[in-house]
Design a protein around this ligand. Structure first.
Ligand code: PLP
Length: 392
């Protein structure tokens, strides 16, 4: 199948029913190993002289369908599937660094990515530093002879701060350093970093790609040569691979990504506007808000503003917790991108490990809440928020 439009690829890419007895849904190849028809066949597969499956940690047909699909969605050459978003992050970062190297990161990365970077520093002397990523000269001067990766999230959790991906890719090219982007918050439907010149895209597939809150998974996409190397090293030997059943659930969830994202985005826009006007709310952080400091950048690199809103209440930590406890429809939970609207309190939950001083510097106050807007009727989500806001 030649390249079709995104909405078509998410349904068809990587699966050929005619090769599977006409089954409309892809089969789940729930097997650990594959039988060789002779000793010579086994030897030829191990030698790489013959195509074919060997063992499901190396590759599995259901997982391979998903890898082909995500590669098409990100406009990349090869995709790899992992058992979690963090298995993807660790396989990519460990694959691109060695002892003595340095990683330049956006200011604010996922909590466990922060933990991994600390582990890499303590155990392997791979250093890192965080950079605001908004001034070209300052970025250039933060790159050292040892910098081997630039690692970016955009939008950054939970402040929704954006990083100009095209600018970072251009600077990185001058130095010949790969740029890795965690694209979890946008999904490839809203933002495609490889098209902007970045080198590797990572997803926690647990979030929007799955969309139904029933899988933990990770995906990565990049150039064939690099991804094949990672497949044979950090993916295969560290071994954080995805199960065939989880790949099947993701193939299923991904089919509706565009329609789901449209609704997430529409709902979020309506709710962000209403929150902004409520007297109990002091601040709304949402890339689709025309007062958002990086509204122009959002329009430049994202096709829509996403389904996540952070907002600050007038009050303190107790106000935020009291508000959460009044909610009935909206569920108190971390994670994001599900059909259900979820709310979490970054300073005591996802960012509790970040020292208070750093939290304040990043703009994470004790009154800040992050809402992952679900697929319910926006009127019902608003009614729940509104009754809560009126009680504080
Ligand atoms: C959830 C998340 C991860 C980690 O993914 P898991 O699937 O939980 O391992 C990484 N990055 C971002 C931005 C996330 O939201």
């Amino acid at each position: 199948m030649d390249n079709k439009r995104f909405e078509t690829e998410v349904i068809h890419k990587g699966y050929h029913a005619t090769q599977h007895q006409g089954s409309l849904a892809p089969p789940i190849f729930q097997t650990s190993t594959f039988v060789f028809d002779s000793a010579e066949t086994g030897a030829a597969r191990f030698a790489g002289e013959q195509e074919g499956y060997i063992y499901s940690r190396l590759s599995n047909p259901t997982v391979a369908m998903l890898e082909e699909r995500i590669a098409a969605m990100e406009n990349g050459e090869r995709g790899l599937a992992f058992g979690s978003g963090m298995a993807a992050v660790s396989a990519i970062l460990l694959g691109l660094t060695k002892t003595g190297d340095h990683v330049l990161c956006s200011e604010g990365v996922y909590g466990c990515t922060f933990g991994l970077l600390q582990l890499m520093e303590e155990k392997y002397h791979i250093t890192h530093n965080f950079h605001s990523m908004d001034d070209e000269d300052s970025i250039r001067s933060s790159i050292t002879d040892h910098t081997s990766v630039i690692y970016i999230e955009s939008p950054i959790n939970p402040t929704m701060k954006l990083v100009d991906l095209e600018m970072i890719a251009r600077i990185a090219k001058e130095f010949g350093i790969p740029v890795v982007v965690d694209n979890t918050f946008s999904s490839p439907y809203l933002q495609r970093p490889l098209d902007l010149g970045c080198d590797v895209v990572i997803h926690s597939a647990t979030k929007y790609l799955c969309g139904h809150g029933d899988v933990i998974g990770g995906l990565a996409v990049g150039k064939k040569e690099l991804m094949s190397h990672l497949a044979m090293t950090t993916q295969k030997d560290i071994g954080g691979v995805m199960s065939p059943f989880d790949a099947w659930l993701l193939l299923r969830g991904i089919k509706t990504l565009p329609v789901r994202m449209d609704r997430h985005c529409d709902n979020a826009k309506k709710l962000a506007n209403l929150l902004k006007e409520h007297p109990s709310v002091s601040k709304v952080l949402f890339p689709g808000d025309c007062d958002f400091p990086q509204y122009e950048l959002a329009n430049k690199q994202m096709s829509n503003s996403g389904g996540l809103i952070s907002f600050e209440l007038k009050g303190d930590k107790a106000t935020a917790q009291k508000f959460m406890n009044t909610l009935r429809l909206i569920k108190i939970a971390v994670s994001l991108g599900d059909a259900e609207t979820l709310i979490q309190h970054p300073s005591t939950m996802t960012h509790a490990v970040v020292p208070e001083e750093n939290r304040k510097q990043m703009g994470i106050s004790d009154q800040l809440l992050r809402l992952s807007v679900g697929l319910e009727a926006w009127e019902d989500i608003w009614a729940d928020l509104d009754q809560g806001l009126n009680q504080i």
